[in-house]
Design a protein around this ligand. Structure first.
Ligand SMILES: [Zn+2]
Length: 312
């Protein structure tokens, strides 16, 4: 038995189960791996295992009020720190960008200093921790340097290299892997995608269930970036101002553009010789993006590349 229903993360589950059964926790964990592989689910299931008064140390019962409250993301001692949390703090006013701001982290810190209301622990799950603004990272670092007793801080990130080294060094690293393509296909099928299409999209998903689902639901994304002569410029201009967010959106767009080329190749619309070079260029642009190239320039070049392929 395991503490979690998350699939495809045997190594991470083993590491986390080990921590639970030894009963000695580091003050902070960093669940790092590609987007859409179940990191937030693992984090919350881990919190459930800590808080469940009924089950074995590494096996929450899943039925008691604590377990159910964590499953519904309503447990008073488990904070899911994400855009929804930030928006709720601002009385429903959506934030200007999707970064985590310093006032949000200061609020979280004050909250974590209070005694647990129900359980023995207080847990903060900071999702997409790479979206912390610099000041927010510094505020978090203060908490990680001297964590209040009986608090656990779990960070999840698909871009852990973007977290300050000082924050990373305070966290025990739990690496999460891309999901096997068979599992992604099953997840798509469960979401109602026909089996053959699920299998094909899964093969292109790079092991990310959320990417595969996005592709299944929104295959038209690349079209809007290349349909008119000015579309690439507009797509680049539409990127958010905040650098981490702009980079994330550009990365998603580049992925979608590459997948569009791959799908058209699989459909027989593009020969291998026509698909190969643009794919290599798009891959090079993705690497540039990861090593800090300007997201707008990268996205513009990528859209022009894809547009050229349509016109040729
Ligand atoms: Zn329970």
């Amino acid at each position: 038995m395991s503490f979690t229903s998350a699939q495809g993360q045997a190594k991470a589950v083993r590491l986390l189960s080990g921590l639970l059964s030894r009963g000695r926790l580091p003050p902070a964990l960093l669940l790092a791996g590609p987007e859409g592989v179940g990191k937030a689910l693992l984090a919350h299931d881990f919190a459930k295992a800590l808080l469940c008064p009924a089950g074995q140390p590494a096996e929450p019962c899943g039925l008691c009020p604590d377990c159910q409250a964590v499953d519904r993301r309503l447990h008073p001692d488990v904070k899911a720190v994400n855009q929804g949390y930030q928006t709720a703090l601002n009385e429903g006013e959506a934030s200007r960008g999707a970064t985590l701001r310093v006032d949000t982290i200061l609020h979280l810190r004050r909250d974590m200093e209070l005694q647990p209301l129900r359980g023995r622990w207080k847990v903060a799950v900071i999702e997409d921790a790479h979206t912390l603004e610099l000041e927010s990272s510094n505020a978090l670092l203060k908490a990680l340097e001297e964590p209040p007793p009986r608090t656990l801080w779990i960070l999840t990130s698909a871009q852990r290299e973007r977290l300050p080294g000082t924050v990373r060094s305070r966290c025990a690293l739990i690496p999460c892997s891309p999901l096997p393509s068979q599992l992604v296909a099953e997840i798509l099928s469960r979401a109602g995608v026909p089996a053959e299409r699920a299998r094909r999209l899964a093969a292109l998903s790079e092991g990310s269930a959320s990417r595969a689902l996005r592709l299944a639901q929104d295959p038209g994304v690349p079209e809007s970036m290349i349909e008119t002569p000015l579309a690439p410029l507009n797509a680049a201009d539409a990127l958010p101002r905040e650098a981490p967010l702009a980079r994330e959106r550009a990365e998603q767009a580049l992925y979608a553009l590459s997948q569009d080329v791959r799908l058209r190749h699989l459909d027989g619309e593009l020969s291998f010789s026509r698909a190969e070079r643009p794919l290599r260029r798009l891959e090079r642009l993705r690497r540039c993006l990861r090593s800090n190239a300007d997201p707008r320039t990268v996205l513009l070049l990528a859209c022009l590349e894809a547009q050229g392929l349509r016109q040729r």
